[in-house]
Ligand binder design. Structure first.
Ligand SMILES: [Zn+2]
Length: 262
C-alpha cells in the first residue's frame, strides 16, 4: 500500500512552471502526490495562485513574502485584506515572515509580518511562516500573540530546541528537502524528536532542491524522496509518515479528511 502524499508548500504558480505545469501535476500524481498547498508571495502573483486554487486538489493562501520585500507596494496590505474578504476558499495567510539574511530590510519585514499576523487573528486563519535565521525572535512574537489557529513554520531547518519551542506553541513544522542532506545533522536530530502530529511534508518547489538534485528546479513529484528520508530518520514506515503528514496538513489548514477545502 502507498499512502497518498500532500505537498504542504509548493509555488506552482511561479513562471518557471508555465511551460509544463500540466506535466508537473501529472508527474506528481504518478508519484502519489495528489494534494498541493500553494501560498501567495506577491500581489502581482495572487491571481495566478487563485487560478490554481480552482484546480482539483489544490489549496491556496495569499500573503506578502519577505524575500520580495522590495516589490511590495504601500497599498498591498490593504489589497490583501480586501482579497481575504472576497475569497472564502483561502486556507491561510502567507507566505509571510522574516528572512534575516536581508538585514537592511528587517524593520520593513517585521512591519509587514506583524500586519499579516494581525490579519490571521482577525480572519481566524492559520499563518504560513517563512523564517530564516530568525527562529528565536519569531517564536517570541508568536508566543506573545497567541493566534487562534497557529500555523506552519515552513521549511523548518533548526535545532531540536527550536523545534520544541514552535511545537510547544502549537505550530506545525514543515519538513522538506533540507533533511535529505547528510550534513544536516542538527536538523536530523530535530526530525527524530518531532511528535507524529507535529509535522507536514513539503517541497517548496521550485526552491530547496533535494540532495543529488542541486541546481535543478524542484517539483512535487520529488516529495517521495523526502518522505523516504524522513521515514528512515524517524524509524517509521513511509506509509505511516505519509498518513500522519496528510492528516496534519488537513487539520492545519481546516481541510476535510480527503484534503479538500470544505
Ligand atoms: Zn515558500
Amino acid at each position: 500500500m502507498n499512502a497518498p502524499l500532500f505537498d504542504a508548500h509548493c509555488h506552482l504558480d511561479f513562471d518557471c512552471f508555465d511551460a509544463d505545469r500540466g506535466a508537473v501535476f501529472e508527474r506528481a500524481r504518478a508519484a502519489g502526490v495528489c494534494r498541493f498547498m500553494v501560498p501567495g508571495t506577491t500581489r502581482r502573483r495572487w491571481k495566478h495562485v487563485l487560478a490554481l486554487g480552482a484546480r482539483e486538489g489544490v489549496a491556496v493562501s495569499l500573503g506578502l513574502h519577505p524575500y520580495f520585500i522590495d516589490s511590495h507596494g504601500d497599498s498591498d496590505l490593504e489589497a490583501l485584506a480586501e482579497e481575504l474578504g472576497r475569497h472564502d476558499r483561502l486556507v491561510a495567510i502567507g507566505e509571510c515572515g522574516i528572512d534575516a539574511r536581508f538585514e537592511t530590510t528587517l524593520a520593513q519585514q517585521w512591519a509587514l509580518f506583524e500586519a499579516q499576523l494581525q490579519l490571521a487573528r482577525q480572519h481566524r486563519l492559520p499563518v504560513v511562516i517563512h523564517c530564516v535565521h530568525a527562529d528565536d525572535q519569531v517564536a517570541k512574537r508568536l508566543r506573545q500573540l497567541d493566534l487562534p489557529r497557529r500555523g506552519l513554520v515552513h521549511a523548518f531547518g533548526g535545532s531540536p530546541q527550536q523545534a520544541r519551542r514552535f511545537l510547544d506553541l502549537g505550530y506545525t513544522l514543515g519538513l522538506g528537502g533540507a533533511a535529505t542532506y547528510d550534513r544536516a545533522q542538527r536538523l536530523h536530530r530535530a526530525v527524530t524528536m518531532i511528535p507524529d502530529d507535529g509535522f507536514v511534508l513539503e517541497t517548496d518547489s521550485p526552491d530547496m532542491p533535494l540532495s543529488g538534485r542541486q541546481g535543478q528546479r524542484n517539483e512535487p513529484a520529488y516529495l517521495m524522496e523526502t518522505l523516504a528520508t524522513i521515514a528512515r530518520l524517524r524509524g517509521q514506515t513511509r506509509d505511516s509518515v505519509a498518513a500522519n503528514a496528510w492528516s496534519n496538513t488537513c487539520r492545519l489548514f481546516g481541510l476535510d479528511a480527503d484534503g479538500r477545502a470544505s
